[in-house]
Design a protein around this ligand. Sequence first.
Ligand SMILES: Cc1cc2nc3c(=O)[nH]c(=O)nc-3n(C[C@H](O)[C@H](O)[C@H](O)COP(=O)(O)O)c2cc1C
Length: 156
Amino acid sequence: MKSLVVYYSRTGNARFVAETIAAEVGADVEEVLDLKKRSGPLGFLGGGSDARRGKETEISQNIKSPTGYDLIIVGTPVWASRPSPAIATYLRKNDLSGKKVALFFTQGGKKPAAVEQTKALIPNSEFIGQLSLVNPLTTKDESEKQIVEWCKTLVS
Ligand SMILES: Cc1cc2nc3c(=O)[nH]c(=O)nc-3n(C[C@H](O)[C@H](O)[C@H](O)COP(=O)(O)O)c2cc1C
């Protein structure tokens, strides 16, 4: 099964998860860049506001087209209880119909969030699983174990 991990990360947590998954399942990786400034306090506020309103943003051009893959694993930080604008935009722009899709989330709070809003963006995909992790960079070893276990459920 040819797999692609697609992610956006502002501060590295989702990147860590994406790279761990890719190493585990032998997937290619596509990082989505948000071309809007998201750093600093204003970037934080604007990001939360854009996510809450479901506003699209400008993202980098795909390097790898998802067309040639069977499984797409999509990861995003949770912003305002929603997917980041970069990943919401990616999912609107790229048709993942008929593909197996798994979702992962990194977040500050403990209660899983943004799952339903993100699933709503892949209505014609075969949804095969989800993983939510609380700032995994702060508990790298424990998170890595969880990610490895989750990967087994995707490829079994
Ligand atoms: C604009 C903004 C909004 C956020 N909103 C939430 C939220 O609603 N719930 C939550 O649990 N964490 C929230 N967070 C925290 C991030 O989801 C969390 O730190 C995540 O692990 C960051 O991933 P990253 O390092 O890949 O960017 C927010 C962070 C930002 C920057």
